[in-house]
Ligand binder design. Structure first.
Ligand code: 13P
Length: 244
């Protein structure tokens, strides 16, 4: 059976006090019998706080980015080995905000995934098309190009990835892909992953997932969970999604 997973991407939100409340609520209320496994991807400065709050609980944590380099003269960057020092199980790579605004390329995302795998951290590889790409009918080509770039570099470890499909036009817009739209793309990604020997990795959907639309999305055969932005900042909403 495929692993279920719901990951919160806090993006550049939070602060020591707000995080403490959120992490405490998650650890108090997450129910292993009823809820999907969850993880939170927090800003780098709060990794230690997440580690302190979540060590010994079933909730995992991770980062939102990583350097493709192991160490050295890369001012402002954070290495995969540093994420290991703070107990990270996961790190996002290729989030559309990084591709759009911070110059992440397909090749760079692949190098980051390889750096994480070499350090023993699970990459959550984000793929997704813009509205213009969808309207041009290139959704499949775009997400497969993004995925193939990673598979080409980490082929032998494809089964250790998590992949998240996040249509750019659905992120933070309140406009979710319909369950059928998301499933169609997930089926395409699943087929490519199966050909790479990674049929059973968790394939997450992200983009305006809320408690009231999560159940329909997660009922789809190839949607194994979610990557949750805004709704992961409220414990009740995030846990309601994990329960959906
Ligand atoms: P929202 O859930 O806020 O739309 O963000 C989705 C996302 O980008 C998660 O990585």
């Amino acid at each position: 059976m495929r692993a279920k997973l719901v990951v919160g991407n806090w993006k550049m939100n939070g602060g020591l006090r707000a995080n403490a409340a959120l992490l405490a609520a998650l650890t108090a209320e997450w129910n292993p019998a009823a809820d999907r496994p969850i993880a939170v991807c927090v800003p780098f400065p709060y990794l230690g706080q997440a580690q302190a709050a979540l060590t010994g609980t079933p909730i995992a944590w991770g980062a939102q980015n990583v350097s493709e380099h192991a160490s050295g003269a890369h001012t402002g960057e954070v290495a995969a080995s540093m994420l290991v020092d703070f107990g990270c199980r996961y790190a996002l790579v290729g989030h559309s905000e990084r591709r759009q605004f911070y110059g992440d390329t397909d090749a760079g995302v692949a190098a980051k995934a390889a750096a994480l795998l070499a350090a023993g951290v699970t990459p959550i590889v984000c793929v997704g098309e813009t509205l213009a790409e969808r309207e041009a009918g290139t959704t499949e080509a775009v997400v497969l190009r993004q995925l193939d770039a990673v598979l080409a570099v980490v082929a032998a470890q494809a089964a250790q990835l998590v992949v998240a499909y996040e249509p750019v036009w659905a992120i933070g817009t309140g406009r979710t892909a319909s369950s059928e739209q998301a499933q169609a793309v997930h089926a395409t990604l699943r087929a490519r992953l199966a050909a790479a020997g990674a049929a059973d990795i968790p394939l997450l959907y992200g983009g305006s997932v809320k408690a009231d639309n999560a159940a329909a999305l997660f009922a789809m055969p190839d949607i194994d969970g979610g990557l949750i932005g805004g709704a992961s900042l409220k414990a009740g909403e995030f846990l309601a999604i994990a329960r959906a």
